[in-house]
Design a protein around this ligand. Structure first.
Ligand code: ATR
Length: 277
């Protein structure tokens, strides 16, 4: 039996097993099974060893362990290295590799599913939690200006520090500005909620987006996909802005992980999209 896992804490809400087991059935990987496991920080080393000993074939890592898993790994792929965030593990030759499929997943959701051209845009990122560096990464080489705000400002400043290193390596000027929570930057082209506000039904961000009234060019993107429409998106829709939730990002990151493990490129069709509804 080939065993796959998603690990995190809490993990009950994860829809990764439905998606991956659906694909495993569809592509007739009858000896494969994907499960979820709630783990503690102390378990991370032994999970990686289970991959090394081939007791587990592949693992997805979710909150709060995307950074904590890194010291146990032998190698990181490019996006994982740049963002210090890992969401997929796989044994390659004799090494356990960590990949970040959130970054390409987010990029693909924007380029393929939203038809937004991200080049030379002004971006406003809300939050500086575990997933934010994966989102920020895709704008570094293309954006005009990036504003980041987080309730705890120091975490946004840490993100900027990490991203500034990448910008320097790219030969780009420092395009990131950290602003206070509640402060308003210029009107931006894309506003992304990477905070956890909205995960619980009815929760709202205490931020003012009145300047976006009737702006049908601005895209409001919430990486949350459950609930389907957070108040952040509901309000944006009412103002006349474009909106997008995190469903496609979630599916693209899963597709890339599945490909890493099985060498099969699974289809994102209506059937699999429906599993998230
Ligand atoms: P972590 O911060 O441990 O990485 P996360 O779930 O990845 O956890 O991130 C949660 C994000 O949502 C953070 O940006 C958090 O802000 P803080 O860094 O200030 O905690 C943000 N967040 C959570 N609740 C919030 C609230 N009520 N208002 C604003 N931001 C909130």
């Amino acid at each position: 039996m080939k065993k796959y896992l998603v690990i995190g804490n809490p993990i009950g809400h994860s829809l990764s097993p439905s998606i991956h087991n659906h694909w495993m059935k569809k592509y007739r990987l009858i000896d494969s099974i994907y499960e979820k496991r709630k783990v503690e920080k102390e378990d991370l080393g032994s999970i990686v060893n289970e991959i090394r000993n081939e007791k587990i074939k592949g693992v997805n890592v979710t909150v709060p362990f995307k950074k904590e898993i890194i010291p146990f790994l032998d190698c990181l792929d490019g996006a994982a290295e740049c963002t210090h965030s890992v969401n997929t593990l796989c044994k390659v030759n004799n090494e356990v590799w960590g990949y970040n499929t959130d970054t390409p997943g987010f990029r693909t959701s924007l380029t393929k599913d939203s038809s937004i051209d991200v080049r030379n845009k002004n971006i406003f990122i809300l939050g500086a939690g575990g997933v934010t560096s994966s989102i920020l990464e895709i704008f570094l080489d293309v954006a005009n200006k990036i504003y980041i705000t987080n309730r705890t400002k120091e975490k946004a400043q840490e993100l900027k520090k990490l991203a500034d290193i990448s910008l320097t390596l790219m030969g780009r000027k420092k395009i990131i500005e950290v602003i206070n929570w509640g402060e308003k930057p210029q009107v931006c082209d894309i506003v992304i909620n990477t905070t956890s506000v909205g995960l619980a039904k009815g929760e709202s961000l205490d931020l003012d987006f009145k300047d976006y009234e009737n702006n049908n060019n601005a895209l409001f993107y919430d990486i949350i996909y459950n609930p389907k429409e957070t108040n952040f998106l509901k309000d944006a829709k009412l103002r006349g802005n474009k909106t997008m939730n995190g469903k496609m990002m979630f599916l693209w990151q899963a597709k890339i992980a599945f490909h890493i493990w099985t060498n099969i490129c699974p289809e994102i069709d209506d059937e699999v999209i429906k599993l998230l509804d």
